[in-house]
Structure formats: structure tokens, C-alpha cells
Design a binder for this molecule. Structure first.
Ligand SMILES: [Zn+2]
Length: 92
């Protein structure tokens, strides 16, 4: 929706990029979207008002869902998708 932004998405994608570096799992765009979908369906959305694409209030992970919870959920998603990717394993 115009003027609203779910900053949980930004947080999850940042976590995916951080945690993925520590694994050997496939990191193609398809897997990235699968991991993000898995994690975001298990975490509450966090909407902030944005103006002309600029986020006015950054999501503070420490005061809402804890950073540890988000990290654990994203890691679980990476493991789940990495061990059973939705595409053919042979291609990667
Ligand atoms: Zn992949």
C-alpha cells in the first residue's frame, strides 16, 4: 500500500544475507525468495509510515520481536529451504 512499508521484510532480507554467508546452501534468487517467504510467514509484520519512499521510523528489533527470535526463524528457513530447495538440486 502507498505510504506503508513492512520493515520486517528489510530485517529478514538483511538476516538472510548475513546468515547465508555461513552456509553452503544454494543462494539463487528462487531460494532467496523461498527463504524470505518461509520466514515472513512466521514473523509478525511491522508496518511503518513512509514518505516518498523514505522510511521515517526504522524498525527497532530490540523493543518488539527480539533479534534472537528473528535470527532463529530466518536460520530455520535457510536450513529448511537449503536442504529441500523447490527447484532441481542437480542444476545447482
Ligand atoms: Zn536455489
Amino acid at each position: 500500500m502507498e505510504g506503508l512499508r513492512n520493515v520486517m521484510e528489510d530485517t529478514v532480507f538483511e538476516k538472510i544475507d548475513q546468515l547465508w554467508k555461513t552456509t553452503d546452501y544454494c543462494q539463487c534468487n528462487q531460494c532467496r525468495m523461498d527463504v524470505a517467504t518461509f520466514a515472513l510467514n512466521r514473523l509478525p509484520p511491522r508496518y511503518v509510515q513512509s514518505n516518498a519512499g523514505v522510511v521515517l521510523h526504522r524498525f527497532d528489533a530490540n523493543t518488539t520481536q527480539t533479534d534472537a527470535e528473528i535470527t532463529a526463524t530466518v536460520y530455520q528457513a535457510i536450513k529448511r529451504i537449503g536442504e529441500n530447495p523447490s527447484h532441481d538440486k542437480e542444476r545447482n
